[in-house]
Design a protein around this ligand. Structure first.
Ligand SMILES: CC(C)(COP(=O)(O)OP(=O)(O)OC[C@H]1O[C@@H](n2cnc3c(N)ncnc32)[C@H](O)[C@@H]1OP(=O)(O)O)[C@@H](O)C(=O)NCCC(=O)NCCS
Length: 143
């Protein structure tokens, strides 16, 4: 697998991964503005033409807000998520980012464990953020 920058040709496979990963998935149309947004950094892990994972963040001043992280369901649990997050952190560092943040659904154990293993800490909670049912944990990492 290698990391490439986000292109329009990746979006339909990403939307498919979103649908299998989330109850409220991003659609292909929601990703379109991200492709050319100068404040957005996205990486896509590909094997040939197959999209294996993707992740992205928006940089605002010296902070990066991670918007998406997902690994294709058949590829999970073998270190790819860690690889992806390390790549995003490294890119953020190169852009002068000092703090990274993200929201994760309370109870999403694989994701929370992944973030904690990189040093992210829960610093806040948005009650009933997802579908008016599930809380969102707000996690931060100081680089
Ligand atoms: C969260 C996600 C990106 C992790 O990707 P992955 O490739 O499976 O993760 P990795 O194999 O790199 O595992 C990294 C760490 O996460 C944890 N982890 C992964 N899968 C886990 C599971 N099923 N249960 C518990 N912990 C798990 C482990 O702590 C692991 O560290 P270890 O290797 O030291 O055990 C992936 O599960 C996914 O795409 N989920 C659906 C989308 C999603 O929830 N995205 C996050 C939105 S905030």
């Amino acid at each position: 697998m290698r990391f490439v920058r986000l292109e329009f040709k990746h979006l339909s496979q990403m939307a498919e991964i979103e649908r299998e990963a989330f109850e409220m998935p991003w659609t292909e149309n929601m990703f379109i503005p991200e492709v050319e947004d100068p404040s957005a950094t996205y990486v896509v892990g590909v094997r040939g033409e197959e999209v294996i994972c993707y992740g992205g963040f928006h940089k605002v001043l010296d902070e990066a807000h991670i918007t998406n992280i997902a690994v294709k369901s058949t590829e999970r649990g073998r270190g790819i998520g860690g690889f992806l997050l390390a790549e995003l952190i490294s890119r953020a560092r190169n852009l002068g980012v000092e703090r990274m943040t993200l929201e994760v659904r309370d109870g999403n154990v694989p994701a929370i464990k992944l973030y904690e293993s990189f040093g992210f800490k829960v610093e806040g909670v948005r009650k009933k953020y997802y579908d008016n049912k599930f809380d969102a944990l707000i996690m931060w990492l100081t680089l």
